[in-house]
Design a protein around this ligand. Sequence first.
Ligand code: EPU
Length: 340
Amino acid sequence: MRDEVNYSLLAHNTFGIDARCFRFLEYADIEDAQMVAKMLRGIPTPPLIIGGGSNLLLTGDYDSYVVHSAIKGHEVLPADDADHLLLRVGSGEVWDDVVALCVKNGWQGAENLSLIPGEVGASAVQNIGAYGSEASHIIYKVEAVEISTGQLREFKAEDCQYGYRQSRFKTEWKNRFLITHVTYRLSKQTGNLNIEYGNIRAELERRHIDNPTLQQLRDVIIDIRNNKLPDPKVLGNAGSFFMNPVVGREQFEQLLAQYPQMPHYHIDEQHEKIPAGWLIEQAGWKGRSIGPAGVHDRQALVLVNRGGARGADIVYLCQQIQKDVLDRFGIQINPEVNII
Ligand code: EPU
């Protein structure tokens, strides 16, 4: 177990914010996690449990415990039928390494989530998603240590109340569990790949690929992402800063009459989802900056640290954008990023 005092979180957040925490604990196996759980019992302020810090904005020093999983490794287990397998992975593994492993072995289900930053534990908390897929589609079970008792608990995906970037670990179960392993259920039969979202199909056509392999689909998604999303090692960012808002049918119809070119995704009879990136771009913010905090010039949904930004600079920019989008479209957009 790693135990540090007055520790810099610079290497633990992709926004590149140099904040410190009172104490940093890292668990490398289940016994460590149980020891960490014991240390957390009775602390006066809640801990901050982090993954790769790719969805985190630190607005100041964290005056309590920060906890991180370093549980590594994976094992392949039989599933309920011969066409599937179960992949049980340590929560501290890098998510994209898991996708690469699946693609290399011809296991289908994770490929559309290629290159999403972050770690396995966070995939189950945040229900990471992209290109028409989300982690909850393949999560079979989540194992965790309960902080209050130190006991091992297992949750089926159905228990976790997954929704768009949502889970029970973010609401009712927040700060109650230290996730140790996530088990994914993957298909051994490849086919019927999900290539309908956005410009995946167009990009495959451009490459003269009719029936992509898992690897070809992964390569296309990696290229699309690399083109639009800034590399956090070069330009600090936390991916999509805002969630895409869902609006009611009446408001949607009014907006569409005014902006016929507005992109949108059907949710149900009463609701439609509108890309926040489009709203932000229309409001004139794409590529703009306030001091060191900026809006990415190729994807307006991404806020970036142009160098030396403090969390407060990013929050101020976020608020100005929210205000403009609300004034212009009557839509409240909310951060997806965890602001601490
Ligand atoms: N758009 C603009 N201007 C922009 C950005 C987007 O007009 O600056 C338009 C695009 O032209 C497109 C639509 O908005 O018509 C949607 O854009 P895109 O396909 O890039 O996806 P998104 O809705 O902006 C979501 C996820 C991403 C995920 C992509 C692909 C959220 C909050 N974001 O973005 O997730 O990679 O779809 O599936 O749902 C993340 O969570 O960090 C993330 C990057």
